[in-house]
Design a protein around this ligand. Structure first.
Ligand code: ADP
Length: 402
């Protein structure tokens, strides 16, 4: 069964076609700068695990034209992977916000689309683009089942004491203001992989998704019990350009005392803060270089980043009443040996001891165990694969609905 996975952004479409149940990646790619006049398509095909890259520039005015261009590549006589779009059974859409309505994946119907629309105010940057992806895919893949997979679903198992804020009840009851959490597909995928690796069910795992956006989740028996992102994706860890946890009074101070508009404050906290605000760079590779050159700002920023992560690990060990494994994933978590070392340093009282040599070892595919033999807690590096998780969930749904 061919599952086509789409992550539709405001000016981009990321996609993968995955053959199930073999979990074989047939092709992947991204259409970028849609509508700008110089859109590009990077399309990869895979033969015997060898990746072949095909790049094209094209005038793509909108998402329909973007996806149609992808279909041309999918069905191309030389590099195509299918003959006709009818060979795609389901399209799995990454939808960022599913609110309280969607604790699971859902076949797209008119009422599901209405619900996704209702959630636009909670995810104004993402849900409208995800919604557009669904509408476009309905036109381009008319024979396929459209399925929505929500980033928030995995966190719907959080108990009320974890997801409620201590603000007047009416804001929750009438306006849905509560913590929802994000990166759920990734936390779910890597926590399940940790269970698989440790060959134990019902374990306690803390998963750190450290990419441009960063979040941490506490997972018990395969279910999320707490996570660091909240109503939106700004809370919690220090991120590439987002501040994470701050004292709310900073916002009022900026608005009232400094005359900065609410829109500008939003922009500052989302796009100009985090590692970018502290160092002038948001990519950990650049910040690591600055650390090597002893740049004070870079060293301090790394300390702040790691210290915040350590505090979350400590608090989630309390929430879980113990922990079996700490998992690092996403761009920073999977690649940045220095950041992992900083986060795991000085946590021996919590049973977390890293083997620094294993941490630096390269060339390991799949799960990398970087815990010291004396460590009570396993420290694992697990590459995330949100697309594969989406494909798996879609496949399961298709099989049960047969
Ligand atoms: P996104 O949240 O956009 O999906 P990713 O999970 O791909 O992001 O993470 C991107 C980030 O990962 C980069 O901004 C960079 O900070 C970090 N990163 C990627 N490769 C490396 C590397 N080799 N060393 C250190 N950091 C890296």
């Amino acid at each position: 069964m061919n599952i086509f996975v789409i992550n539709s952004g405001s000016s981009s479409i990321k996609y993968q076609m995955i053959k199930m149940p073999e979990e074989a990646l047939a092709c992947s790619g991204i259409v970028e700068r849609i509508g700008s006049g110089d859109a590009t398509i990077t399309h990869n095909t895979y033969k015997d695990n060898e990746k072949q890259k095909h790049e094209a520039q094209s005038h793509i005015r909108n998402h329909v034209e973007g996806l149609q261009a992808v279909v041309d590549l999918l069905t191309d006589s030389k590099i195509g992977v299918i003959k006709d779009t009818s060979e795609i059974s389901a399209v799995g859409h990454r939808v960022v916000h599913g609110g309280e309505k969607f604790s699971n994946i859902s076949v797209v119907t008119e009422s599901v689309k209405e619900e996704i629309k209702k959630l636009f105010p909670l995810a104004p940057l993402h849900n409208p683009a995800n919604y557009r992806g669904i509408e476009v895919a309905e036109k381009v893949f008319p024979a396929a089942k459209q399925i929505a997979v929500f980033d928030t679903s995995f966190h719907q198992t959080m108990p009320e004491k974890a997801f409620r804020y201590a603000i007047p009840n009416k804001f929750y009851k009438e306006n849905g203001i509560r913590a929802y959490g994000f990166h759920g597909t990734s936390h779910k995928y890597v926590s399940a992989k940790a269970e698989e690796y440790l060959q134990k069910k019902d374990i306690k795992v803390i998963t750190l998704h450290l990419g441009n956006g960063c979040s941490v989740a506490a997972v018990k028996d395969g279910k999320c019990i707490d996570t660091s992102m909240g109503l939106g994706p700004m809370n919690g860890l220090v991120m590439g350009t987002r501040a994470g946890d701050i004292d709310q009074s900073i916002i009022f101070h900026m608005v009232r005392e400094m005359g900065i508009s609410v829109e500008q404050v939003n922009n500052i906290l989302n796009k100009e803060s985090g590692m970018l605000g502290l160092t002038g760079a948001n990519d950990m590779r650049d910040i690591n270089k600055a650390v090597e050159e002893n740049g004070h700002d870079a060293v301090l920023a790394m300390d702040i980043y790691a210290y915040r992560a350590q505090k979350y690990i400590g608090s989630y060990i309390a929430a879980l009443n113990g922990v079996d494994a700490v998992v690092f994933t996403a761009g920073v978590g999977e690649n940045d040996v220095n950041t992992r070392e900083r986060i795991c340093s000085n946590l021996d009282a919590l049973g977390i001891v890293m083997d620094k040599e294993k941490n630096r070892a390269t060339g390991i595919k799949g799960v990398k165990d970087i815990s010291h033999t004396s460590s009570k807690v396993k420290i694992l590096v697990i590459p995330t694969n949100e697309e594969m998780e989406i494909a798996r969930q879609c496949y399961q749904l298709m099989e049960t609905n047969k």
